[in-house]
Design a protein around this ligand. Structure first.
Ligand code: URA
Length: 209
């Protein structure tokens, strides 16, 4: 599988433009994130395994396909990752949900997890890690390393925007984890914000600015 997939569907690109605009209010921002998350989930789940089961239609017995294996687990990187959950769960309602909270150690500057809750059998599930902004990728790389420590092997990463710096870091740290994004942006500013970006995703989602 490709390491990077830019979901360039016209609906995604249109909604993303509205999302970037600074005058977009919180309620509208949330709604757009939900819609884009659903469309990202559609692309990410394209290769889920299927199996045939016997069914009866109103006309005759038949064989038809259903999803095989354990249910997907979506893992949100707190707090902005939670913004992508609702839209994804609209499409995959039976998905399990995990959470990882990270902070930056003031001495080592490395991300440390302060909260970690995922299903015990995460090793047997396809995992989609979600965080809207892949900027430096420090949090994403650490979260994925933690999931691998728990045995997870089938991991994908979903974001709204990715910076080339973050993408390079992910490729180096986790070449086996494909990244799905609605846009590959230009780069990072001195504070680690994605340019042109959409600002602080958590603040815009939760109205905390
Ligand atoms: N996190 C955000 O919310 N926005 C950015 O641009 C980068 C990281």
């Amino acid at each position: 599988m490709r390491h990077l997939t830019v979901v360039d569907h016209p609906l995604v690109q249109h909604k993303l433009t509205l999302l970037r605009m600074k005058q977009t209010p919180t309620a509208e921002f949330r709604r757009l994130v939900n819609e884009i998350a659903l469309l990202l989930a559609y692309e990410i789940t394209r290769d889920l395994p299927l199996e045939e089961v016997p069914i009866e239609t109103p006309l005759m017995p038949a064989r038809s396909k259903v999803l095989a294996g354990k249910k997907v687990c979506i893992v949100s990187i707190l707090r902005a990752g939670d913004g992508l959950l609702e839209g994804m769960l609209d499409l995959i309602p039976s998905a399990r949900v995990g959470h990882i909270g990270l902070y930056r150690d003031p001495v080592t500057l490395q991300p440390v997890d302060y909260y970690y809750k995922v299903p015990q059998d995460i090793a047997e599930r396809p995992v989609i890690v979600v965080d809207p902004m892949l900027a430096t990728a420090n949090s994403a790389a650490r979260a994925i390393a933690r999931l691998k420590e728990s045995g997870a092997r089938d991991i994908k990463f979903a974001c709204l925007l990715a910076a080339p710096e973050g993408l390079a870091r992910m490729k180096e740290a986790h070449p086996d984890v494909p990244v799905f994004t609605a846009s590959l942006d230009d780069g990072l500013d001195d504070h680690g914000y994605i340019l042109p970006g959409l600002g602080d995703a958590g603040d815009r989602l939760f109205g905390t600015k």
